[in-house]
Design a protein around this ligand. Sequence first.
Ligand code: AOF
Ligand code: ZN
Length: 366
Amino acid sequence: MRYAISEARKAVGRAAENPPVGCVIIAASGQLIGAGHTARTGRPHAETVALAMAGQRAHGGTAYVTLEPCAHHGQTPPCATALIEAGIRRVVIACQDPDRRVNGKGVTMLRAAGIDVITDIGSDMAYSVMQGFLHRMVHKRPLVTIKTATSLDGGIALGDGRKVWLTSPPMRRYVHVLRSKSDAILTGIGTILADDPEMTCRLPGLEHDSPSRFILDSQLRCPPGAKILQNNNAVPTVIFCAETASPDARIALEKSGAVIVPMAVDKAQDDGLQKRLDLQKILRYLGDAGVNNLLVEAGSSIVTSIIADDLVDVIHWTQSQHLLGSDAIPAISPLKLVALPEQTRYTETHHQQIGRDRLTILAKSL
Ligand code: AOF
Ligand code: ZN
């Protein structure tokens, strides 16, 4: 099962709306004859990939799967049927599939065919790999991870607004791995205008694993020549704007290949000038679009809004050894404590030194 889970990990951020699943087939002789994970864009499923590798030798063997094999005719035939037809004798499963079309039916089908089924093996580990998918099933929105890079004293830019590179190349590579493990990335127009980022994964070997890109730009100020709009055949870019945004700007951006999605404005925050898009609605839209893991790489105003709305599940905080001084721009703009739900706490789940910098991963405590 550990091996099946390590297969599943390879599909995180690369299985479209599908959960990242791993499958390993062991022959009756005890030989490992097949292994695979949910394919890029979600299909074929892990079992099909592993069974194809095992071929005839699967007959009489055991399958280890991190998620209950599917029972439905969706975009592919049911994996439970594929396992039965391959002559598998025993199936070991980590977790049950919460998808209403499956949810226990896969196990029932296997047992009805006389297969020995064992459940709940390694389920904690398998759940954590599929966290994004499970979160979307339950909450109808993606698992939201914020990545922030700060100085030792919590700043992101000098007091006069000048940007400095804070973290060193090994940490920047780590961030590209994080992007590759995300289905989508969300940023704001402030970051586009200040940094003109590409927001892709450019690590050698992972270039095809860039997340789709989403920009919050209520007034459509994004320049049609922005780098984030390049390469949008391979990596689509969607801009969320207010319904009142300029039609001319929309036409120009669509010519650059961007998809424009008008969204509701958060009425509570609308001061007439700075329209703030409704983050709840945007996350719901992303959930409906099948985004399991969303990475937010944005400046302090979006980071502050999304934290104040209590929508952040995980924080990847990268911290350099620099000091920027007390007039530095903080990662989180002054946040009125009353805006924070009393219950919100983040617990450190991991820390690590990467190059000269420190990585701290925190998860919302329930
Ligand atoms: C499996 N093995 O590797 C995965 C499964 O749209 P479809 O037909 O691809 O079905 C999607 C559903 O299948 C998805 O919501 C989840 O319940 C299950 N994913 N099942 O047997 C796999 N990725
Ligand atoms: Zn399946």
